[in-house]
Design a protein around this ligand. Sequence first.
Ligand code: CMC
Length: 425
Amino acid sequence: MSQVAELTLDGKSYQFPVIEGSEKEKAIDIAKLRDQTSYITIDAGYKNTGATQSAITFLDGENGVLNYRGYSIEDLAEKASFLEVAYLLIFGELPTEKEYADFEYEIRTHTLVNEDMRKIFEGFPVNAHPMGVLSSLVSAMSAFYPDTQDSPDLTSLHIIRLLAKLPTIATWSYKKSQGHPVNYPQNDLDYCSNFLNMMFALPVGAYDVDPVVAKALNKLLILHADHEQNCSTSTVRLVGSSHANIYSSISAGISALWGPLHGGANQEVIEMLEAIKNDGGDIQKYIDMAKDKSSGFRLFGFGHRVYKNFDPRARIIKKAADDVLNKLGIKDPVLEIAQKLEKAALEDEYFVKRKLYPNVDFYSGIIYRALGIPTNMFTVMFAIGRLPGWIAQWKEMRTNKEPIGRPRQVYVGPAKRDYVAMSDR
Ligand code: CMC
């Protein structure tokens, strides 16, 4: 007989089914809890709440495992291309040669963005944060492609448009910040090279994409491509669950990612490492500050809701940071500070006791910097990487016809009372 969970409430006993995932994760299915008992559950931050049964990404926080559709992140980061991983996440299997060629071709031929989008973009101030701009422009795409009827072909087209146009739009903010004209996509270039060309080519001369840089970018994007039900992904699924269009859902995900506790941490990490450098390299001061709850300061790039041993992405990125800096002949003083900070934190009882380890954001900024990406674009890079994951999760949620996301609450405000006329208050 399959396992059940028993609950006793007010002297009555209830049974709830136990669900087991393909990697032996177990969950109590409480879908009928309120109907049967009139109780709900409270779980701040959803620390114990499974929002869905998903076939996309498996994450084992205790053992530092991350698999996309069953393939390990280590394998994919070493052997695959970002678009191959995007295909895997969105369609469930690694593409055949033909499937890959078709998918890549579709993306290559949709990279151009409607010129009227540029007019919207031009209204943003020059110092606008690129994440705010990105989220707004992705939302604006829903006005340019308003046909959101439920058809697989149309959905595929929206998906291709998003994957193709996000890098183009992303580069506009950087170009504007430099006072340079934006570059149009070059459809003979691969996905990463095209992005780098749009970022760094200037009309005054030729720009050759450095293969070391393109390879490093490919790896970083793969490492960011999905991470099951994190804050931004849950946002995408929740917004999409009201049958809001895919552009609005992804735009909401971009906004969620921007927060410093989530993807915005990559920008915070570099700013923190710079601050330590400018402070004479006083690492202990920052460790002490992070331990002092009244300081309001956290060690950015440290800790994770799920990983309680190590973040496999951080391991790969740390090694890649060394490789890329060596290959490019760059000596970045903050790399040394990051290494010392990591060592000091990992030896400190506060961090050991709370199982706080470097996360994906700790070393990624050091690579982005080496690739020439400015600090305020780091989270945009994360968004470009995470896009296939958001799309896959949105698609899965809609395909499975999941109900609208609508949590409940326990009301703790004033109990029912009578209205008091203003003159009597
Ligand atoms: N520095 C100092 N203390 C920390 C940190 C940190 N970075 N992270 C967690 N703690 C402490 C926290 O104060 C709490 O201590 P206590 O038990 O004494 O109250 C304990 O560790 C557990 O923390 P939590 O906030 O309950 O853990 P959480 O699972 O809710 O939060 C987190 C996870 C990632 C938001 C958090 O670790 C954090 O704020 N880290 C810094 C921001 C960061 O690097 N974010 C990127 C996350 S990975 C990529 C991504 O998701 O985008």
